[in-house]
Design a protein around this ligand. Structure first.
Ligand code: FS2
Ligand code: SF4
Length: 520
């Protein structure tokens, strides 16, 4: 196997051998490669011809399935590959393609690097497009671009000059895709409103739901209503508490646990089932695997998968059978906080735009930091907690995605009457942060790079790649990226990004803070 798509890749170079660091076996990795090659071949065979609806669906599912910590199930991945192969007129759909390696890995270093940026960016974007499609929102320009992008990845003649604009195009289309998902979420579930979420789990049966899929949560809330079962969000599901159409359910009680990498510890002895709607799934330990349920693109062999009918009865039965805690249990965030806040999407922040702008103009707010992105297992990630603790009292920290669990339970007080930590939502809500930055720049008649805003990004999986490409497409400069530079960025590609965008690795919080405040 070879895989270097995520931040925890072995030795910061690539996972090879029997298993990846994420627990993905070589069988799963090879099957995912075959699936990806099938999607590339499908794109090449269409050669610019419009894909049909089924091909569009296969593209989204296929790309989403290969994101880190989504699908560990060879059988499901092979079945999807066969479906894709059946799109070719002369192909034997019984072929498993399990020994077809992805041609991409054999490319020269720089070409492999640029094609990887395109492929991984497309994988991230596919997750967002998939969630929007689940709510009935589709955009042909976005769907068609997946095929165009993969044609570039499969083009043996492609050179650096030809690939670089496509890398930027991924960022551009991803912005459109995040905007579509934002529209889908807010039109379906209402505009997020700032909400305080308890970290206490009440006595009695409960279900923990994790991942990003709000529709799955809504269906679970409907199916559990009146059954005496409470629902707790976990990880990237936390921002769901801010949507009026989800918030209205009295049994959506609070949030359990912290970010994905702590799940083996946090799930090991809770008297409740856990429903994974998307990444990040870690191979469950035997001690709790019978309590893990998956649905949608996420899957693990030997755990129960809830099919497209979304009948969550097995999860509900498990919750009733386990019974939950006998009395309320008070949990805390990693800094000891007992509650967290969320729901500061672009509509809320822009509704107080005048207040923010006046506070910037009269010097009450001197700096805005976007400290956002994924969490992960590396101890170096404590950088982000320390960085936020160092933010001056006349600054605001905007945040989103699961990296916020490093600091979202801190009480940093307010500035100009505005809380100093504002959680804008899931990773896809990077759209909110971008929208706010662009609107502030428009109002102040300057470019985003002239605003006193710094971008301090933590990455782990491929959605972060698509968001990074969007920031670069928008011309945002001097992004700090950590905890390490992606292994798939070749030295030449990295030099290009440093020279053109001033992108820089994080160092130590104190030094970076000084630098960023100087740049403002
Ligand atoms: Fe976190 Fe994992 Fe959101 Fe990523 S829960 S690293 O998939 O998409 O952020
Ligand atoms: Fe390794 Fe990450 Fe790939 Fe898993 S997804 S095999 S950890 S590079």
């Amino acid at each position: 196997m070879f895989c270097f798509q995520c931040e925890q890749t072995a030795g910061c170079k690539g996972c090879t051998g029997e298993n990846g660091v994420c627990g993905k076996s070589f069988m799963v990795a090879n099957t995912q490669d075959s699936l990806t090659q099938a999607l590339i071949d499908l794109s090449l065979s269409l050669n610019g011809k419009e894909p049909n609806d089924n091909q569009r669906r296969l593209m989204l599912e296929g790309l989403f399935t290969t994101i880190t910590n989504v699908n560990f199930d060879c059988e499901k991945i092979t079945a999807l590959t066969k479906e894709i192969n059946s799109q070719f007129p002369n192909t034997n759909s019984e072929d498993t393609y399990s020994d077809h390696s992805l041609q991409l890995w054999a490319e020269t270093e720089d070409i492999r690097s640029l094609k990887s940026l395109i492929l991984f960016g497309l994988r991230g974007m596919a997750a967002y497009a998939y969630h929007a499609a689940m709510l009935g929102y589709q955009d042909d320009k976005i769907s068609d671009f997946f095929f165009e992008g993969l044609r570039a990845v499969g083009n043996p003649e492609a050179n650096m000059n030809g690939l670089l604009p496509i890398v930027m195009e991924v960022g551009k289309v991803n912005l459109r895709c995040m905007e579509l998902l934002d529209k889908a979420n807010t039109e379906t579930y209402g505009t997020p409103i700032p909400s305080t979420v308890s970290l206490t789990v009440n006595k009695g049966p409960f279900i923990v739901i994790t991942g990003h899929d709000l529709k799955d949560l809504k269906l679970l809330l409907e199916q559990t209503e009146g059954k005496g079962i409470n629902i707790y969000t976990h990880g990237e599901m936390l921002p769901a508490h801010a949507y009026p159409e989800l918030k209205k359910y009295g049994h959506l009680k609070g949030n359990f646990g912290t970010a994905w990498q702590n799940q083996k510890k946090e799930f090991s002895d809770i008297p409740a089932p856990i429903l994974f709607t998307t990444n990040c799934l870690m191979p469950p330990k035997h001690s709790y695997s019978d309590r893990v349920f998956t649905t949608g693109a996420v899957s693990f062999p030997e755990t129960i998968h809830i099919d497209e009918d979304k009948d969550f009865t097995p999860v509900i039965q498990k919750a009733l059978e386990l019974g939950g805690y006998e009395k309320d249990v008070e949990f805390a965030g990693i800094n000891g906080g007992k509650e967290v806040t969320t729901g500061f999407g672009h509509a809320t922040v822009l509704s107080i735009a005048d207040k923010v702008i006046n506070a910037i103009k009269d010097g009450q707010i001197k700096h805005i930091f976007l400290v956002a992105g994924c969490d992960g297992a590396k101890p170096e990630r404590s950088y982000y907690t320390n960085f936020v603790k160092l933010t001056p009292s006349d600054s605001i920290a905007l945040t989103l995605a699961c990296g916020k669990y490093r600091f979202n339970d801190l009480d940093l007080g307010t500035v100009a009457g505005i809380p100093r930590i504002l959680d804008m939502g899931q990773c896809n809500d990077a759209y909110s942060a971008i929208h706010v930055a662009v609107k502030l720049a428009e109002t102040l008649n300057c470019s985003v790079n002239d605003l006193p805003i710094s971008f301090v990004i933590s990455w782990y999986e491929q959605k972060a790649v698509s968001i990074l490409l969007t920031l670069l497409y928008l011309g945002i400069k001097n992004i700090r990226l950590g905890p390490s530079i992606p292994a798939f960025m070749s030295p030449n590609v990295l030099t290009y990004l440093v020279e053109n965008f001033g992108i820089a690795p994080i160092t130590v919080p104190e030094d970076d803070m000084k630098d960023l405040l100087k740049q403002a």
